[in-house]
Write a protein that binds this ligand. Sequence first.
Ligand code: ZN
Length: 427
Amino acid sequence: MKSYLLFIPPNTKNKSCLLWLFKTAISSLNLKNIIVDEIEISTHQTILINETTIHSRIAAVDLNIWFQPNSLTFDNNGIIMNNAVEDELMTAFYLINSISEYNSKYIDNIGRYKFDASYQKKHDIIGTNFVTILFERYFNKYFPQLLENRVFEKTQFFFSHDIDSLYGAFLQDGKAALQKGRFDIIAKLIFNAIILNPEWFNIDKILKIENEYELKSTFFWIVNKGRVNKSLTNADYDINSPSLRRTIDKVLSNNSFVGLHKSISNESYDQELKKLPVQTTINRNHYLRFNLPKHYQNIEESQLKIDCSLGFAEHYGFRNSLAIPFVPFNILEGKPYQFLEIPLNVMDGTFQKYMQLPPIETTRHILSFIEKNKTNSVISVLWHNHFFNSYRFNGYFKPYEDILMYIKEQSFSFVTPETLFNKYYLA
Ligand SMILES: [Zn+2]
């Protein structure tokens, strides 16, 4: 395998953008022995990257073009055009950074960008690693020799749990049981509530199951308690209570991970991080509620190093059409952000609440999504604790177990936030 240097001379226009884009391309295609730099290295075969060699408008445009989306022309396949030629690099930049979402007015009743309004829905590519396809097409056209350094490695899995509710079983399961006249279940819930062993206080159970699969997952905790308004609620537990402290200690002593589940509040990330009983640099927003690019700006201003929020609640797949963790590009400042985004791809509530699929169909959709992305991807899976043993969410533990069994049978592996940061954070 030859060693290549993609040489971007120091005086090149949009240099930092090009460095970022080619590093991200190498990462997504998993090209080995290729580096991108503004310094020449004599041992490597050099390929000059600049305005004349690149065959893309990305090297010439003023970066604020991204804030004027009407100045871009797309073809029917959703590719940005450059003088009647498809511009794969421009389009990759646009997709990786979710620019179609920037300051969008298409938001739902709790303030989230709607999947229905998305580029991914319009072009029917939510389950496709489309950015990597664009990079592949680009290299095939202009630098085909580089693709000989492509290596296909098995997809890896990042598992996590958002802990929204530990005590909700009594009310939510109780209501569901009451509607079906299941007084036996109500009696059991009352009994559990009285002996203080609520059905959803099941972190021990989750750790035990995951240890059987040698999986160390990440648990995201909410530091603020109570109802916010008619449609939004923060935690139903007190992060400082002794039983919570003990539970978080158990997660850590199991070598599993702790993250912040950013609540609905006016507090900053750093203010909420201070309220967590342990230190962390990982976050996911509660309800996946955020807007771009403000969200990235807020993460950048905090102590956080990893954000795991980038997913649609309404549909599984790749919200920014890229199947790996990545560093977003800060357009306002013309340089990469200083944190890693691990997109969210698969969440229990998507199937149960939004797509309204029964458990068996849920398994089928998830496994076929994985089958289509078996190499060079990282798939992030979120299963809430209340989907593990619950009357209301009856049966939705099964898809979770099915995924774990499939991963084991097919010899896929799990990854931790640390490993992902070391591999995908662009230094
Ligand atoms: Zn949540």
